[in-house]
Design a protein around this ligand. Structure first.
Ligand SMILES: [Zn+2]
Length: 464
């Protein structure tokens, strides 16, 4: 970032600070998060002690979303001419970094925004997050802050007042916070949040609905379990239809799509329609309504699934085009999961079928990089093989072959595992094989050290 001389926003004396004016996601993916967090261009004045944001004009660019936004803080009072003088060079800089095929019409028409907040909103909007969703999120956060600081006997009243703000997303957020508190060993916060969660389940409209869905889920689980393992498909279908017809409520419909979505096939709907035909006149309308609603809910779930797969396809595409695939994979590792691997495997299969050699190569390169990144380190692989070995002879062979991997660190790891096994944290069948491997590894490394000391084998290991 360039050092610039600026005037302190408070005392107007000259100071030197690092000011960033170009936020190009194409060149720096972290730029987006920086803008969204609002934590950029924070200056500190040595004269008056001011510490806070410096209002610099800035340009935001996201080539994938075709977003080019310009923000000139109104307090700077820049004329149109001065604004252009500032924006021009930044736009040229963006252009220089773009390959010719990505220079599109939107670049000729940068959009002005009037505040930092509307800049952030435009960026989120391009991700499908609307202003209404943001406002709702803000209300939820405020409510949660209020609940966390209020005395315990006021909680129920607050929840009742804010009944409309408590929705499914609220419950999700509180559950996540409870998990986070537990992970951070913050038991006090976890208990307070749990209290809020339980009171909200009991005293709000959305809470009642949530409880009804949980109840329905448990009920459906029990009903399905009663059929035993691998039930006959026709019986499974009848059971589901019976269960719904008993009580065609919203909570049961929700439970069906959550738990039994793959079973809601053509056969199921056929069976449901037959049941509606045979139902007494006074029940028909309610069952028909339930069928329509179920179709609607299924469609929502499918749509969400389709979008998730689409996002993964885009991620596969982006990663496979990275110049340094290994590095790109390392950065993406936190969210690379089974679903990502599934989509990548599918795309690779399809490229092979259509004989697109260049694409096959690109995807194969990505596949290899992911496998490499996900593979456990060689020490762990050796330990796995030692634990799986048939007998002592095989273990000795493995230790000889991979002597260089048997380091004090590895012994330390095995020691910890033995301790964990003794405390009952690992499966008991692992305990005795761990103990055996530990004894043999210690013996092996001791013998090797003795040999090293006797000069038969370089002194490399002796230092370890
Ligand atoms: Zn100052």
């Amino acid at each position: 970032m360039p050092q610039m001389q600026i005037l302190c926003p408070q005392c107007k004396q000259p100071i030197v600070a690092e000011i960033r004016q170009l936020f190009d996601v194409g060149q720096d993916p972290a730029a987006k998060q920086e803008i969204l967090s609002g934590l950029f261009n924070i200056v500190q004045c040595p004269h008056c002690g001011y510490q806070g944001p410096y209002p610099a004009p800035l340009v935001y660019h996201d080539p994938d979303k075709e977003l080019l936004l310009v923000f000139v803080p109104p307090e700077l009072g820049l004329s149109q001419h001065d604004q252009e003088k500032f924006v021009g060079p930044l736009l040229q800089q963006i252009m220089r970094h773009l390959p010719a095929e990505k220079r599109k019409a939107y670049l000729l028409n940068p959009q002005q925004v009037l505040s930092l907040r509307s800049l952030q909103e435009r960026i989120l909007e391009a991700d499908g997050i609307t202003k209404e969703m943001l406002e709702a999120e803000e209300r939820r956060v405020k409510l949660l802050q209020r609940l966390l600081s209020a005395p315990e006997d006021a909680l129920v009243d607050i929840l009742k007042q804010e009944d409309e703000t408590v929705d499914a997303r609220f419950f999700q957020a509180v559950s996540q916070l409870i998990d986070a508190a537990r992970t951070g060993n913050d038991e006090v916060s976890a208990q307070r949040l749990e209290k809020i969660l339980n009171l909200a389940l009991e005293h709000t409209t959305a809470g009642q609905e949530q409880r009804a869905v949980i109840q329905a889920l448990q009920d459906l689980e029990k009903r399905l379990a009663a059929l035993g393992p691998r039930p006959d498909p026709a019986r499974l279908r009848t059971t589901l239809v019976d269960w719904l017809a008993e009580d065609p409520s919203e909570s049961r419909l929700q439970a069906l799509v959550a738990l039994a979505m793959p079973l809601l096939d053509y056969g199921f709907y056929q069976a449901l329609s037959e049941r509606i035909e045979q139902a007494p006149e006074e029940q028909k309308a309610a069952l028909e309504k339930a069928r329509d609603r179920l179709l609607e809910l299924s469609k929502q779930v499918e749509e969400a699934y389709r979008q998730a797969v689409q996002a993964l396809r885009e991620a596969v595409e982006r990663l496979s085009q990275a110049q340094d695939v290994r590095k790109a994979v390392q950065e993406a590792l936190p969210w690379i999961d089974q679903d990502f691997l599934g989509v990548l495997a599918e795309e690779l299969e399809q490229a092979k079928r259509s004989g697109d050699e260049a694409r096959v190569q690109r995807l194969q390169r990505l596949w290899d990089a992911v496998q490499e990144a996900l593979a456990p380190p060689p020490e762990v692989q050796l330990l796995d093989r030692l634990l799986a070995a048939r007998d002592k002879a095989e273990r000795e062979r493995l230790m000889e072959q991979h002597a260089d991997l048997i380091t004090p660190d590895l012994l330390q790891t095995v020691t910890q595992l033995v301790v964990q096994a003794e405390q009952g944290a690992l499966p008991p069948e692992l305990k005795s094989s761990l103990q055996t491997v530990y004894n043999e590894l210690t013996r092996f490394s001791m013998l090797r050290r003795l040999k090293g000391a006797a000069g038969e084998d370089g002194s490399k290991e002796g230092q370890a």
